[in-house]
Design a protein around this ligand. Sequence first.
Ligand SMILES: [Fe+2]
Length: 507
Amino acid sequence: MPHIDRRGFLVGGLAAAAIWRPLGLARAENFKADPFSLGVASGAPRPDSVVLWTRLILEGGSAATSADPFAPAPKPVAGPVDVEWMVAEDGMFSKPVRSGLFRAVPEFAHSVHVEVKGLQPGRWYFYRFRSGNATSPVGRTRTAPESADAFRFAFASCQQYEQGYYSAYGDMAEKDLDLVVHLGDYIYERSYGAELVRRHGAGVPSMLYEYRDRYALYKSDPRLQAAHAAFPWLAVWDDHEVINNYANDRAPDAPDPATFLARRRAAYQAWFEHMPVSPDLAAGFDALRIYDHYRFGRLLGLTLLDTRQYRSPQPEGPAGDDRPERTMLGPAQEDWLARTLGASGETWNVIAQQTLLSERDTKAGPEAGYNLDGWDGYRAARTRLLDTVQSSSVRNPLVIGGDLHAFYAADVKRDFTDEKAGPIASEFVCGSITSDAPSGKSLATALAENPHLKFASDRHGYAIMHLGERSAGVDFVGIADRKQQDSPAAVFQSFAVADGAAGVNRL
Ligand SMILES: [Fe+2]
């Protein structure tokens, strides 16, 4: 528990980290409204550390910072606030293990990112925050194991707020999981679709404060908060965290790269401020390295990829563009991936990216059509990725993705046109939490045109991957009706992958 050190500062816990500040210099007040209304979260689980997150919503609002000099502060700005954090072995906090102070500042929207170190591997911990008269909800998190014979994680994507309720997260929060992986489209920048069940109440964000408000709206949802409070998360973005179909420094309706990059910087900062990610990312938002590798004992290596920040523009014309200089990951991330996969000694190796890696001809009959915003628009880059998977001899590669608002299971092939060739990896794409799905007819066409696609569904929900020493399993979880609150959820399709035998087996 916190204690007074010899200089008279309330410091708490054990070794003081650089982020600690003496209490008493910032506000510690009687809040009239709960400042912890966005809930709590944790993430980046390592064997000895985890990141704790919250963001205080204060009367007086948050600052529009110098990240966008043209953004007017919409409200008066609240000053810094000191927040106490506590980690314990139990939910009653009778066995505290770490605590400390973090100064939440308006420049980062009063977000709190604490990397708690010195923890034990493979252990559940409980955490909460306190400031003035306010105490946050209790969150639960789990460090990465040093050794494990089983591991379970959920993966999810695409949660357009207006198009449905987060029943899927209510269900996920009740599950027995070690981790949640979010594959992007955590927010949407704009409204679309019909039969909207709730509204953004604002237009398309371009300013920092507008992106912050959009995240705050999404994170006000109690079911999303419950899923964050129940498990540690790993998150990577896709396009809608900035704007639809952007590619590096270009966006379809933002032709000037300099203007677009200022907006991207604001969106990246808002993403950081609302995700349980390392405080080190606050160093700058012109670029944000979010690709990373996590290890869960010898059982699982999990590689998170970023397919937005470094990619070439989408090709023009229906056939795509095979020029080798075109890239999806960028050269630095490609090199890092080759080194990471080459060094992997884990039994199962999940490659978490944003969309469907496998080829998908969307046109019935001899004519071909492709989604050029996906890997089909970046064929040379995909071939390089598959070459890396093959040449690294990485064991049991399992590709996961989102983006398509449909569930898919696929055999990943080195050459998708070679029907006799065996799979080199297994792929699973989760359906959307809420975002509008494609037609059942289009999915039937995709299955008919692409023999390596083994399953497709237009349902909404998420997926669970469970790993054991001999086999991996994937459950697709569907909710009955995204337009209903607390709609029931159930596993509607399961798959197995055997150790040493790439390819999906439908159960
Ligand atoms: Fe999406």
